[in-house]
Design a protein around this ligand. Structure first.
Ligand code: DQA
Length: 155
């Protein structure tokens, strides 16, 4: 089971960026935590004769690169975890890309966007996602992976 984790603009600045909102963990920490979760799920799955879980990561500050990454995931990945960051609130192109590839996708936000500015409560991509995880810090990526694996397993 191959999962692509896509992070949008400024997620590479985690740890430095507004720590009172996004915490002090870095993007490296985020990747390590998610990899560790994939290993944990893989070990459990192995004992149950189910698929191993492999995660790959892309971070980009450019909308078009994120669209291209989603397109390239077609037939290559079984699931996508995406935090489009600010593009969440603006990008019809990312919504269309997720719809185009039809890959099960979970939306993640580190902060609780539902409790922030009104415009952050708009997500263009949500309608194409099987679930949204928000306000759980970088642990939200672990949660998203669990949701994804659970849903892909059901197919
Ligand atoms: C974010 C929330 C967005 O509103 C913001 O633009 C981000 C990060 C989050 O993870 O909480 O860059 O997606």
């Amino acid at each position: 089971m191959k999962i692509l984790v896509i992070n949008g603009p400024n997620i590479n600045m985690l740890g430095v960026r507004e720590p009172e909102i996004y915490g002090s963990d870095t993007y490296e920490d985020l990747m390590e935590l998610t990899r560790a979760k994939a290993r944990e799920i893989s070990e459990k799955n192995y004992s149950e004769g189910r698929d191993m879980v492999k995660v790959n990561f892309i971070q980009s500050n450019h909308e078009g690169e994120i669209v291209t990454a989603i397109q390239k995931a077609y037939c290559m990945y079984d699931g996508i975890i995406i935090n489009p960051a600010a593009y969440t609130h603006t990008s019809i192109a990312i919504l269309d890309a997720i719809k185009a590839v039809g890959i099960p996708t979970v939306e993640v936000h580190i902060s609780d966007v539902s409790a922030r500015e009104e415009w952050r409560q708009i997500s263009y991509i949500r309608e194409a996602c099987i679930a949204t995880v928000m306000g759980e810090g970088i642990q939200g990526y672990e949660h998203a992976l669990e949701i994804l694996v659970e849903n892909i397993g059901k197919k």
